[in-house]
Write a protein that binds this ligand. Structure first.
Ligand SMILES: NC(=O)c1ccc[n+]([C@@H]2O[C@H](COP(=O)([O-])OP(=O)(O)OC[C@H]3O[C@@H](n4cnc5c(N)ncnc54)[C@H](O)[C@@H]3O)[C@@H](O)[C@H]2O)c1
Length: 261
């Protein structure tokens, strides 16, 4: 598997713990050219992280909810590269009152904000990059299994269900142009965002107890490498797919029975 010559746009890096940072690192090691995106107050942090990649890269402005930023991103990339071969959507946000067990009280505007930034934004990013993409291009997003309800995840979980659907519609509409759209459904990883969700540790402990292969919340490499696989030509016939990188957790309904029982 190689990403030699691929021009990739990677969103969602805040620190070197971000899943997207590890994807960018993996992509560079496989020969890709990378730019990161960030926005507003956290941009400084992204710029610091960008300097810690094997090859330091530029950070372009993108608040995925701002039409002006999306239009400027398209033009910047057109001037810089002329085309784009792949993109990672690693963007999620839900207001505090939409998470952490507040499902029944969250106001509509908080649920809507979670949907816009975490799900609609995959369409927004794809629409901005699609004019620069040709056959073989690949868009990858990051999912947390939305087929069931979880403790604490609340409206973020609903937004992930929407993200799963958005990716299928994008696969439908961009497929005829040879552009693929897939999601990686990751197990819990100890990023800044994840640790900030009250009850994250509980979810992480559940994973460690139940995943048939076991699960290390401090090891984003398996997720990063799967992102790179989906961005590569090795995945050229895969679209509209959700690939679980979760130690096999999604396949079982309960922790293993104690030995001898
Ligand atoms: N960490 C986990 O346990 C886990 C598990 C499964 C899926 N995911 C998903 O992985 C992705 C990356 O999350 P992470 O855990 O690396 O955390 P992270 O906090 O490092 O990344 C989230 C990113 O979203 C960006 N973002 C938020 N609002 C934005 C906006 N309006 N415009 C542009 N960017 C915006 C932030 O700047 C940040 O870089 C998210 O989609 C998350 O839901 C995470």
């Amino acid at each position: 598997m190689s990403l030699e010559g691929k021009r990739l746009v990677i969103t969602g890096v805040i620190t070197k713990d971000s899943i997207a940072f590890h994807a960018a690192e993996c992509a560079q090691r496989q020969g890709a050219s990378v730019v990161l995106t960030s926005f507003g107050r956290v941009r400084r942090m992204t710029e610091r992280a960008a300097q810690r990649l094997p090859e330091p890269v530029d950070v372009l402005e993108l608040d995925v909810n701002r039409e002006e930023d999306l239009a400027a991103l398209t033009e910047e990339l057109r001037g810089r590269w002329g085309g784009v071969d792949g993109a990672l959507h690693a963007i999620a946000y839900a207001p505090e009152d939409a998470l952490g067990g507040r499902f029944l009280t969250a106001p509509a505007q908080s649920a809507t904000a979670a949907f816009q930034t975490s799900a609609f934004s995959l369409k927004a990013l794809a629409a901005a990059l699609e004019p620069l993409m040709g056959p073989g291009a690949s868009i990858v997003g990051l999912d947390f299994d939305a087929t069931v309800a979880w403790p604490i995840y609340d409206w973020m979980g609903v937004a992930k269900a929407a993200l799963e659907s958005v990716s299928r519609y994008l696969a439908r509409d961009l497929g005829p142009r040879g552009i693929r759209v897939n999601l990686v459904s990751a197990g819990p990883l100890g990023t800044v965002a994840a640790r900030g969700i009250p009850g994250f540790e509980q979810l992480a402990a559940l994973w460690q107890a139940q995943a048939p292969l076991g699960w290390d919340i401090d090891d984003p490499a398996p997720v990063a490498e799967t992102i790179c696989f989906l961005l590569s030509d090795a995945a050229r016939a895969i679209s509209g797919e959700i690939l679980h990188v979760d130690g096999g957790f999604h396949a079982v309904g309960a922790p293993p029975a104690p030995a001898g029982s």
